[in-house]
Ligand binder design. Structure first.
Ligand code: ADP
Ligand code: MG
Length: 729
């Protein structure tokens, strides 16, 4: 029987494009049809219940039990009408994926009958047996209780016949065990601090909320080929694989015509996303072969985060129908681009303005400058935490890889704004701004709008770039739960806004005019946060050196990067804004370390197993053929001709032996290091050991395996090759 690789390849040759049928002629007919949205609520709820619910959403007011019962009963009626048989509390535990435990609506009643039930109690709170979710020591198994509680600000939806209710997940003692709880708290903290700052300019602003538009990158691979690669199945990435003769060097995939199989998949994905109210808008081919991106229209952060988690789930669900697997890993293939998830972040107000969009009047532009400069200052002060918020074992492989931003956090704002800030810094007072006495006429802040949009977004190498009316945080990895970076961004900006407000207030108490006080503080901030601004090529070697001179951090791996979560500075920050307590931060830190260790442990085991069970036996089999052939040549050739003609053959036999012996030795050494690491009790030391002692073997072993891939008979090679994985048939 031929090897598994050929079975898989044969299967891919028979693939047909899976036809996709739209549920109706117009997308608007089914858009949001599986969401318990505003219109549906109006239709199903009594006026009283609707108003209470809206009040709860807008002001975080408590929902009373009677109303909850009404909402639950309406949700049940709507869900059943749309084919749901079960309901679940849907939450984001610290595993990184989402969790759900389904309960049927049906309950038995006397006489062997059943009725459908869903009470307000079941809607508001549940107690899943959650002892296996990571808690970082917050929850011992003997007091395993964790509670999920309804988050009415993110609408319930139906997925696969199940009514899903977005919830937070907290411990019996009230500590958060998920990503959503601190995110919601950070949104509140930001609102409080930002409203105070905004009211210096406009008393009508009573609510500020962050917005997020994510751009999700992913790879598609045929499901049969995927199944033939144990490394993809178990770790989401290939641990071996020689680069294909052609991959992305001709730049022919980027924005290219989308393959019909992939396009059909995307259409299906969009249908499912649109039914769930995920506003997917953009799709295109990315740089690497079989790499794609999709992006929605931005939304309020909490909903956008839920929608991204849901979309990652949909990617998996829908891909199965199309005989694909979606690879969300940040670096599934070596040698071609990895995947990220740019987080476009901005601030919106109840008055309908985007605070990062420059306005038309001087007053509006002073406000814009205040917002911009405060964000820069926040990112500068907490650059280590910002870096820590995107750290993971898989994102370590992408950051700094000349295709993604480096591990150094810096901000790009474009030439025009740089000039504006430079001039603000040099201006003696606000008066010169008003009188236009500045050196360049374009310092006149009111002129910002026309020039901004064409003058930003030129620099694709910056990790945190101002792109006209939002910041684009590009260091976020494709697998990340975006709640993590968003929580950090919201909190550090909340802190900065509150400091700013205090400073302005103090100056005003010395009888300084409000505008002058604002200008004075902004001017100081421009000067103090200058080191975070970098307009050049962030991928370059010079920047690394320059950044070090500026004192910016450069943590290339997760164990080092996540220390920022438990620094005194961070503990104070998160505590002050009531986003995370010290205990919660330490728990999160432990969980991240544990996850890092386990990921590396899995990868290391995989490398060992594949080397010993797949690669070495294959290489030896081929080597035996060569040895046999050499012996045969010796029989039929005279010795002089034999010596001359068998030289290359013998050389290959030797090379194979060398590679095999190196692989064997390295695998043995790696296993030894792993054993040593596993015995370390202290988690941080263990992670350090995995990072610095175990991980270096991955590359060493791979080099020899990839060389063997080029030497060994193609017919014998067991693992689908890059040229097969990367191109859709
Ligand atoms: P690209 O970065 O690929 O050039 P776009 O500029 O079209 O893409 O936008 C990328 C993302 O930015 C989209 O998801 C879009 O919705 C989002 N975006 C646009 N405006 C805002 C905003 N005010 N807040 C948050 N995200 C935004
Ligand atoms: Mg982008």
């Amino acid at each position: 029987m031929s090897n598994f690789r050929f079975v898989a390849l044969a299967e891919t040759l028979n693939r047909q494009v899976v036809p996709v049928k739209y549920p109706s002629e117009k997308i608007s007919d089914f858009y949001g049809s599986m969401v318990f949205n505003n219109d549906i609520m109006r239709e199903y709820l009594t006026k009283e219940a609707y108003n209470s619910l809206m009040m709860a959403i807008e002001t975080s007011a408590k929902i009373d039990r009677k109303i909850a019962d009404q909402v639950a009963s309406s949700m049940k009626a709507w869900a059943m009408k749309n084919g749901a048989t079960h309901y679940t509390h849907w939450f984001h535990p610290l595993t990184g994926s989402t969790a759900e435990k389904h309960d049927a609506f049906i309950s038995p009643v006397s006489g062997g009958k059943g009725i459908e039930e869903f009470s307000g109690g079941a809607l508001i709170q549940q107690e899943p047996d959650a002892s296996s979710f990571p808690s970082g020591g917050i929850r011992n198994t003997f007091e395993a209780r964790g509670y999920t509680a309804w988050d009415p600000t993110s609408p319930a939806f139906i997925l696969e016949h199940t009514l899903c209710i977005p919830t937070i997940f907290v411990s019996y003692t009230g500590e958060s065990l998920d990503y959503k709880t601190p995110l919601l708290k950070s949104i509140d903290a930001l609102d409080v601090a930002a409203v105070k700052v905004c009211q210096l300019f406009d008393k009508n602003i009573t609510k500020v909320y962050p917005t997020l538009g994510w751009e999700q990158e992913y790879f598609l691979v045929d499901s049969a080929l995927f199944a033939a690669r144990p490394d993809l199945v178990l770790s989401g990435k290939t641990v071996f694989g020689h680069s294909s003769a052609k991959d992305q060097q001709l730049h022919d995939h980027y924005f290219g015509i989308i393959h019909s199989r992939a396009r059909s998949f995307m259409r299906d994905l969009e249908i499912e996303a649109h039914k769930l109210g995920i506003p997917l808008k953009t799709r295109h081919n990315e740089v690497a072969p079989s790499q794609f991106e999709c992006a929605p229209v931005y939304e309020e952060v909490n909903v956008a985060v839920d929608h991204n988690q849901l979309l990652m789930h949909l990617l998996d669900l829908v891909s199965r129908k199309h005989h694909f697997k979606v690879l969300l890993h940040e670096k599934p293939y070596e040698g071609v681009n990895g995947s990220g998830k740019h987080n476009n972040w901005s601030l919106a107000t109840n008055t309908g303005i985007n605070l990062l969009a420059p306005g038309k009047t001087l007053q509006e532009n002073l406000r814009f400058a205040v917002i911009l400069v405060n964000i820069l200052k926040a990112v500068y002060t907490y650059e280590e935490l910002v870096r820590g918020s995107v750290a993971s074992a898989s994102n370590d492989l992408r950051l700094g890889g000349n295709e993604a931003p480096p591990a150094i956090i810096s901000a790009f704002i474009g030439e025009q704004l740089t000039r504006t800030l430079d001039e603000i810094e040099q201006m003696p007072s606000r008066k010169s701004l008003v009188n236009g006495k500045a050196r360049h006429s374009n310092i006149n802040i009111p002129k910002i709008p026309e020039i901004l949009l064409d003058n930003t977004d030129r620099n694709r190498t910056s990790p945190f770039a101002f792109t006209g009316n939002k910041f684009e945080f590009r260091a976020v990895g494709s697998t990340a739960n975006t709640a993590k970076p968003m929580t950090v961004l919201n909190t550090i900006v909340a802190e900065q806004f509150s400091l700013f407000f205090e400073e302005v207030k103090e100056l005003m108490e010395t009888k300084m005019k409000k505008e002058d006080a604002v200008f004075e503080v902004v001017k100081n901030y421009v000067r103090d946060s200058k080191n975070i601004r970098f307009e050049g090529n962030s991928y370059s070697e010079e920047w690394k050196q320059e950044a070090a001179r500026r004192g910016l951090s450069n943590f290339s791996n997760t164990p080092d990067a996540i220390k920022a979560y438990i620094s005194e500075k961070s503990i104070k920050l998160f505590g002050k804004h009531k986003v995370l307590t010290e205990r919660e931060l330490r728990a999160r830190y432990e969980i991240k370390l544990d996850k890092y260790i386990r990921k590396l442990q899995i990868e290391s085991r995989l490398i060992g197993d594949l080397s010993v069970n797949h690669i070495i036996p294959t290489a030896i089999k081929y080597q035996n053929t060569l040895i046999e052939n050499a012996r045969g040549l010796k029989d039929v050739l005279d010795s002089k001709t034999y010596v001359k003609l068998s030289r290359n053959q013998i050389q290959t036999i030797k090379e194979i032996s060398e590679h095999v012996s190196e692989i064997r030795q390295f695998v043995e050494d790696m296993t030894e290091e792993r054993k040593i690491a596993n015995r370390i009790e202290h988690e941080a030391d263990k992670a350090h050991s995995y990072c610095y002692k175990v991980k270096p073997y991955f590359e060493k072993i791979r080099t020899h395996v990839d060389k063997l891939e080029l030497l060994v008979d193609d017919q014998l090679w067991p693992l689908p090759k890059y040229r097969e994985l990367l191109f859709i048939k």
